[in-house]
Design a protein around this ligand. Structure first.
Ligand SMILES: Nc1ncnc2c1ncn2[C@@H]1O[C@H](COP(=O)(O)OP(=O)(O)OP(=O)(O)O)[C@@H](O)[C@H]1O
Ligand SMILES: [Mg+2]
Length: 702
């Protein structure tokens, strides 16, 4: 054995596993004579070999096949299994080649025939075993690396395939585009279907080519300043067939074939935007309605006072004016005041209609009949240059609405159409039954499902821009020159249709025309025809009989005074009260009969409805007439009066008061008797007169 010096390569650590002392000596001798630079450790059993290898390890083991604790190949199998990197050389007996071959099979690298072996053969066997082990390890490592590489490649391949599938079969249109040139680099199937272009056609285009011209700058800037993941929209794009859609684009940065790119997912928000716009519009109209209703209500009170006093003065001056020129001028001036106030009343009426605060005289009507009834007036309105076509429903369903209001709707629409066709054109009115399904209802806020009657008025006029359509229903919105339009026409229509539980909308195209559509819910009730109201001021029956007494409750002083004067002039005894409590006190103190309660609806402390209920506990037959600036929820649900309730809609004229009061009083008792039937405390428990109750007029609008 060679001496080991510091400069030599590290000595080979050889473990000799051999229990036969002679063999140990022979082996040690051969190693000593060899050129191996080594440290030799000797153990006599497999157990000791394991212990030695566990503690100190070895570079090679020489293993005898006949050990006290392991017979045959057991030692080789155990050591090779336990120390996979340890080269093993088996020591066999002479001519024992079969055993040697089995040892190689069991994990040994080489074998050495025991005996006075030459130092050369032991050195060769040791070095060969080491090299063979190393080669084997290198091969195994290379194989493992190769297998790992293959696995990694397979994983990448699978990932790519999955992502490709996610992209290709994604139901949302998706594309990858170059952020410098904005050209498409890849598109998925949904994108080709959505835009209507083939894959090849899209790949030859840029993202901006799909955008509406006005939105190109927006998109270019968005791409230039985009965050890693970004969302843009609403953005208008044009499909191959020319359809304009609104989309939202969500995109993220990526590198595609070495190009800086973004992967974009397209979401069609056309319907969502439309729905939101419609919702915003109806909310805006709702709040405008509240505002308009409030203003019109206060304004009506003032107008009532102006008209009332002016009318009384005019009556007083009427006779003098016929003979005296001076009074004639004053009388004419008063007529001017009354006329102007009438126009103002009309305006507030329209505002109240818009606010759905007008009391509607709802009836079950046939739309066909309403259209036919007003047809002549409409024809006169449009003039000769416009051709009017009317198409009525073959089998109309009745609807619940105020026929007068529906006429107003038609008239306003026809006037609008006429104004939109200064050089003539065609105006079509059509009435059609239609059943609204869930889909339509879901896309039109405010429309209910089920049977409806559709009223459409279409013209071939100048049409409207989207901005005009958006605002057309707003009160005072007009595009007409000053003095030519108040902008209340469509607002009124909107109020009337929605008050009737319906839905109104406009479709229009500039230079093509406009179609207004109203949908009114159908009813199962049979249609009635409207009963005309007859009124003749000169009729003596509007005078009081036997000084009938009217309890008048109105908090607005001047209005109370005015109403009191009107009634007093016609022979009524009036008990005026400025609020509900005062009215109750007056009634308690008044020992004669009270024939009627005429009360405002909204009053501080106690409203008119509560006052009526209170008084009717004592005077069950007491007729009640309400006066109101606009529909009060406490009287009317959905602004429709219950049968038998009379309501004066402010501003109230002298004629209306007298007519309404007379009718209510006459309905109270058999005509034309006197005295009997007065509502007196004594009669409190009397049953209401069935016959006269039946004769009472239905809901009336004064
Ligand atoms: N048939 C139509 N064709 C084109 N534009 C219309 C049509 N109907 C309404 N418009 C537009 O809607 C606006 C509002 O209409 P609306 O009927 O409410 O008021 P107006 O006609 O201007 O005034 P008013 O009806 O009070 O006299 C009009 O000024 C017009 O711009
Ligand atoms: Mg109009």
């Amino acid at each position: 054995m060679n001496t080991v010096t510091d400069s030599d390569p590290p000595a080979l650590r050889i473990l000799l596993v051999e229990d036969d002392v002679d063999d140990v000596l022979l082996c040690r001798d051969a190693i000593g004579r060899s050129d191996l630079s080594c440290q030799l450790s000797v153990v006599g059993s497999l157990r000791e070999a394991i212990s030695c290898l566990d503690q100190a390890g070895a570079d090679v083991a020489l293993v005898d096949l006949s050990l006290p604790d392991a017979e045959g190949l057991d030692a080789v199998t155990t050591l090779a299994g336990r120390y996979t990197r340890l080269p093993i050389v088996v020591l066999t007996g002479l001519h024992d080649e079969d055993t040697a071959a089995s040892a190689l099979h069991a994990g040994a690298e080489d074998f050495l025939v025991k005996g006075p072996s030459s130092s050369d053969s032991i050195s060769r066997a040791v070095q060969y075993a080491i090299e063979r082990k190393r080669g084997e390890e290198t091969r195994r490592a290379r194989d493992a690396a190769e297998a790992a590489k293959q696995r990694a490649e397979q994983t990448v391949h699978e990932l790519e395939r999955n992502y490709r599938q996610l992209f290709d079969s994604n139901p949302h249109p998706m594309y990858v585009f170059d952020t410098e040139t904005l050209t498409f680099l890849e598109v998925n199937d949904a994108a080709t279907t959505y835009y209507g272009y083939s894959r090849r056609e899209l790949l030859a285009r840029s993202v901006t080519e799909l955008c509406l011209a006005e939105d190109v700058a927006f998109l270019t800037e968005a791409v230039g300043t985009a965050a890693t993941v970004d969302r843009w929209g609403p953005l208008r794009q044009v499909k191959r067939d020319g359809t304009v859609v609104e989309v939202a684009i969500t995109s993220h940065v990526l590198s595609f074939d070495g190009r800086p790119a973004r992967c974009a997912v397209i979401e069609d928000i056309t319907e969502k935007e439309l729905l939101e716009r419609r919702l915003r519009q109806s909310q805006r109209l709702e709040s405008l309605g509240q505002l308009a209703g409030g203003v019109a209500h206060d304004f009506n009170n003032l107008l009532g006072i102006i008209i009332g006093y002016a009318t009384m003065c005019a009556h007083d001056l009427e006779v003098a004016a016929q003979t005296d020129e001076h009074w004639r001028t004053s009388y004419d001036d008063l007529r001017q005041i009354i006329q102007a106030s009438d126009r103002a009343t009309n305006l507030t009426r329209q505002l109240l209609s818009f606010a759905r605060a007008e009391i509607a005289q709802t009836q079950v009507i046939d739309l066909n009949a309403v259209v036919t009834g007003i047809e002549q007036l409409l024809r006169r309105t449009i003039g000769e240059d416009v051709e009017m076509r009317i198409h009525l429903a073959d089998h109309p369903w009745p609807v619940e609405a105020d026929p007068g209001q529906i006429e107003q709707v038609l008239l306003n629409l026809v006037v609008n159409a006429r104004d939109a066709m200064p050089a003539g054109g065609t105006l079509s009115i059509d009435v059609e039954p239609i059943t609204i399904d869930d889909y339509y209802a879901a896309h039109h806020p405010g429309v209910g499902v089920g049977r409806h009657m559709r009223l459409r008025v279409a013209d071939t006029g100048v049409g409207m821009s989207q901005a005009t359509i958006d605002r057309a229903f707003e009160p005072f919105f007009t595009t007409k020159p000053k003095g030519q339009g108040t902008g209340l026409g469509l607002a009124t229509i909107y109020g009337i249709i929605t008050q009737a539980g319906g839905h109104a909308h406009i479709t229009s195209e500039p230079d093509v025309g406009t179609t207004f559509t109203a949908l009114l819910p159908a009813t199962d009730e049979p249609a009635l025809s409207a009963e005309p109201l007859a009124f003749d001021l000169s009729d003596a029956r509007y005078q009081a009989r036997d000084h009938e007494t009217i309890l008048l409750a109105e908090d607005e002083d001047s209005l109370r005074l005015l109403t009191q004067r009107i009634l007093a002039r016609h022979g009524y005894t009036v008990l005026p009260a400025s609020n509900g409590h005062e009215a109750i006190k007056l009634a308690d103190r008044h020992h004669a009969s009270i024939d009627l309660l005429l009360t405002d609806v909204i009053m501080p402390q106690m409203n008119g409805h509560d006052l009526a209920i209170h008084l009717q506990a004592t005077y069950p037959a007491l007729p009640v007439i309400y006066m109101s600036g606009y529909a009060e929820p406490m009287l009317a649900s959905r602004s429709t009066l219950p049968a038998g309730v009379t309501l004066f809609s402010k501003p109230v004229t002298e004629q209306q008061i007298l007519d309404g009061v007379r009718r209510a009083l006459d309905a109270r008792r058999p005509q034309p008797t006197s005295g009997a039937g007065h509502a007196e405390p004594d009669a409190a428990q009397a049953e209401p007169d069935q016959e006269s109750a039946a004769a009472a007029p239905g809901p009336r609008l004064a």
